[in-house]
Design a protein around this ligand. Sequence first.
Ligand SMILES: Cc1cc2nc3c(=O)[nH]c(=O)nc-3n(C[C@H](O)[C@H](O)[C@H](O)COP(=O)(O)O)c2cc1C
Length: 181
Amino acid sequence: MDALTALQTRTAAPRLVEPAPQGAALDAILKAGLRAPDHGMLRPWRFLVVSGDARRKLGELFVEAMQPDTEERRKKLLESPLRAPLLIVGIATPKEKDGVPAIEQINSTAAALQNMSVAIHALGFASIWRTGAAAYDPKVKQALGLSSSDAIVGYLYVGTPTVSERPVPELAIKDYVQNWG
Ligand SMILES: Cc1cc2nc3c(=O)[nH]c(=O)nc-3n(C[C@H](O)[C@H](O)[C@H](O)COP(=O)(O)O)c2cc1C
């Protein structure tokens, strides 16, 4: 798929199954992420790839950290990483640097995740970017070995969509863009 088509047609896929990209395809996706714009070239990001049984371990970590108060919530949380065969966790580790505030380093990590999601689509797979409590709970961050200044920018759930991808929303350029001046 050419780059413009990939950029203009990516849609999120909430239900994902095997196969997930692996080997050279996964490397190509990660490499696309590492090409994100990065003020000061601080490389303020790192990524955790979670697949197979490690997804169960991640679900257990969520439950341990968040202590859900009902069995229904516990089960939902425990099984949440199983919604796709592969997860990429995007973590920003902002560094002290004059002129490059933490927000820019978080934005850079978000750009990396977006690059990855387009590359995933271009290779015939699909993904959905998720956050929620699993991204923002301080105890989850701690359990993953992050410091309090690190940020989980997103969990990219990756795999093959179970249904054909949803139609691409048609947004009118004029509704969002004005010529200025
Ligand atoms: C920072 C961020 C966090 C998100 N968190 C969630 C989430 O927790 N759950 C969810 O269903 N969608 C979440 N989304 C939205 C989906 O990834 C997706 O963009 C949305 O369903 C719209 O689909 P589309 O990307 O095909 O337009 C998030 C998106 C972003 C950018």
